[in-house]
Ligand binder design. Structure first.
Ligand code: SME
Length: 159
């Protein structure tokens, strides 16, 4: 496995995902450790997109607990239904929040975070965690991110 990613930030967002996805598949190939794979997926996404914060929260009993991530320190535990992450868990659906200040109950781990996308990790119809991505720019995420991040989560879950 080559550990160096080939990163081109000058192309469209979709093109960046299309270049990154096979590299993530190669990175995860033959590795079944979920924590190691979440760690490398967060690192690869951070390297490609330079987002403010990208990482995982995992369902543990009645809470989400912080998992592997890249970015500043973050809240450790989030209750079901709380904030964007807890709402994505409760609804088992992707949430795109263009302006976090307008999301009722948003949990501000960092005041620099302005917009957010959360993708639930669903295994056998059960949400086992979420991928959370935060940007310091308003309205930074759209359906393109949802489409490709879901593909990346599917790759992660099949390993
Ligand atoms: N903003 C999130 C909390 C997690 S951090 O941003 C890393 C939320 O409202 O669920």
């Amino acid at each position: 496995m080559a550990e160096d990613l080939i990163i081109d930030k000058s192309v469209s967002k979709a093109a960046q995902y299309k270049s990154l996805i096979p590299q993530i598949e190669a990175l995860l190939f033959g590795e079944s450790d979920f924590v190691a794979n979440m760690a490398n997926v967060s690192a690869a996404l951070k390297e490609q997109f330079s987002w403010f914060w990208v990482g995982f929260y995992l369902v543990k009993e009645d809470e989400l607990v912080l998992g592997p991530f890249q970015g500043p320190v973050a809240c450790t535990r989030i209750k079901k239904g709380r904030g964007v992450c807890g709402s994505s868990w409760e609804k088992a659906t992707t949430l795109i929040v263009p302006n976090v200040d307008e999301f009722p109950g948003h949990i501000a781990c960092a005041s620099a975070s302005k917009s957010e996308i959360v993708i639930p990790l669903i295994l056998d119809n059960v949400v086992i965690g979420v991928l959370d991505v935060d940007s310091e720019f308003l309205d930074h995420f759209n359906e393109t991110d949802e489409l490709y991040l879901k593909q990346i989560m599917a790759i992660l879950l099949k390993h």
